[in-house]
Design a protein around this ligand. Structure first.
Ligand code: EPU
Length: 436
């Protein structure tokens, strides 16, 4: 298994290109099950993207690497030479409709095939995703919505079997603004008969990107990015070329890196608007950011101040950035608190950070960070994607050597993070974990 060896305390300097968004690319790729053809660029080279492509191929989608466009992608560190971020995608011959356990268990987002399969093939068999380390993560809201749209759903032997004679538009009021739930419903409604209205919809920028893509293909969607989304079904979707939005969580992770150790770090190919809740928290801790079109520059905060934050659905502070902000809170002057409201068990990184010298207590859904700690390098274990990123940032600021183990989690959602950090001046190497 791979691990990262980090020698902390080295300043970060220079610029880094932020990759395409994982959480926008995945639903857009799954929407290929709605039929037709299209091409995409700015697809990040990630394990979750590769898992999605594998699943889509099993479901009869044809995927090929589009002709390289010179200059489209700079050869900056972090790019995988065998990867092209341009893909051409079209519906193939098979009409398979099963997402098997072996793929779904490695990536919960596989559930995003349910809506488009039901809409286009009228049938779907998808392994029920289990709970995961960060929470139980049921998908009851997705399933109830499909039932309201006219699907029959049964669960047997760990699989969801869904069938319909044809989905029909209806009014769906979500009890919670679920992100993939909103995306799944939106994709199903695009080919359903009549109008669908989703209230209390999630407002994440990745939902807007999916809607923009579908609208460019001829779908009729209004209101994405607000809490009410209206979709009027169409018969088919048109070909299009679309470039996926930047990854705001990767951008936020590099901004925290800059706030910890930056000597003028610029993140490129970003747009500040979707980052505002992250920037607000960093500013409240003392950061100064300079925004120019497509880029943001930030340096280390001299004397970071403690803050209190609460993770919330967009536009609130993202749960996906909670682990990364903790090392900054750990060294800040004065106490900080984090209330995690989205997932019930998303503090597994805290024990590992405490082993590095942080002083963080967990009380239910609240983390109380004492502040003023000096972090020291240690061997630590990554337990999920964002937790791993938090531990990498802790390693960068810690004194001495840190080994972050099980970094396969981070490869799910960060494109070659160690190469990008190394290019900025960090001492970080991917190594083979030594097994006892
Ligand atoms: N929930 C239910 N029932 C449902 C759906 C959700 O109870 O039917 C609960 C969940 O258990 C959770 C809360 O609602 O407590 C929010 O879940 P949501 O459905 O919004 O999360 P998700 O769609 O499964 C996406 C991202 C996550 C991100 C969350 C919250 C993708 C592929 N995943 O997950 O990203 O944390 O929204 O913003 O978009 C990550 O990238 O590391 C990641 C975990």
């Amino acid at each position: 298994m791979d691990a990262f060896r980090i020698v902390g305390g080295h300043p970060l300097r220079g610029s880094v290109r932020i990759s395409g968004s994982k959480n926008a690319a995945l639903p857009i790729l799954f929407s290929s099950l709605l039929g037709g053809s299209f091409s995409l660029s700015n697809i990040p080279c990630l394990r979750d993207v590769k898992t999605t492509l594998l699943l889509l191929e099993q479901l009869g989608i044809r995927i090929s690497v589009a002709e390289e466009t010179p200059g489209l992608r700079d050869p900056s560190p972090g790019s995988d030479s065998s990867w092209s971020d341009r893909l051409e995608i079209s519906e193939g011959e098979t009409s398979s409709f099963e997402a098997p356990y072996d793929l779904v268990r490695t990536m919960r987002a596989s559930v995003l095939c349910l809506g488009p399969l039901l809409a286009r093939r009228k049938k779907a068999r998808v392994s029920l995703p289990g709970g995961c380390l960060i929470g139980a993560r049921p998908i009851d809201m997705h399933l109830k919505a499909f039932e309201r749209m006219g699907a029959t759903i049964t669960i047997h032997h760990g699989y969801i079997d869904a069938e319909t004679d044809g989905l029909e538009g209806c009014e769906i009021s979500l009890p919670y603004p679920t992100v993939t739930g909103t995306e799944n419903i939106m994709m199903a409604a695009v080919l359903a008969k009549g109008k669908t209205t989703v209230t209390n919809a999630a407002e994440e920028p990745e939902i807007v990107d999916l809607a923009d893509f579908l609208v460019a293909r001829g779908a009729r969607i209004t209101g994405a990015g607000s809490s009410t989304i209206r979709i009027e079904g169409v018969d088919r979707l048109d070909p299009v070329h679309f470039s996926v939005m930047f990854d705001r969580i990767e951008a936020g992770t590099f901004l925290v890196g800059a706030a910890l150790l930056g000597d003028e770090v610029t993140i490129r190919e970003v747009n500040p608007a979707p980052l505002s809740s992250i920037l607000d928290v960093l500013m409240a801790m003392g950061a100064e950011a300079e925004s120019r079109p497509g880029q943001i520059t930030m340096s280390a905060i001299r004397n970071p101040r403690g803050v209190s934050i609460r993770t919330l659905p967009y536009p609130g502070f993202p749960t996906d950035m909670q682990a990364q902000i903790l090392p900054l809170m750990a060294i800040a002057k004065g106490p900080s608190t984090v209330v995690e409201t989205v997932f019930e068990n998303r503090f597994t990184h805290v024990m590992e950070m405490n082993r590095m010298g942080a002083n963080i207590e967990i009380h239910g859904s609240q983390a109380m960070v004492r502040g003023g700690s000096r972090l020291e390098g240690a061997a630590v274990m990554a337990s999920d994607l964002r937790a791993s990123a938090g531990l990498v940032l802790a390693g960068l600021i810690a004194e001495g050597e840190t080994e972050v183990r099980r970094v396969y989690h981070i490869d799910r959602g960060y494109e070659a993070i160690e190469k990008k950090l190394e290019a900025l001046g960090a001492r970080i190497k991917r190594i083979q974990e030594e097994l006892p």
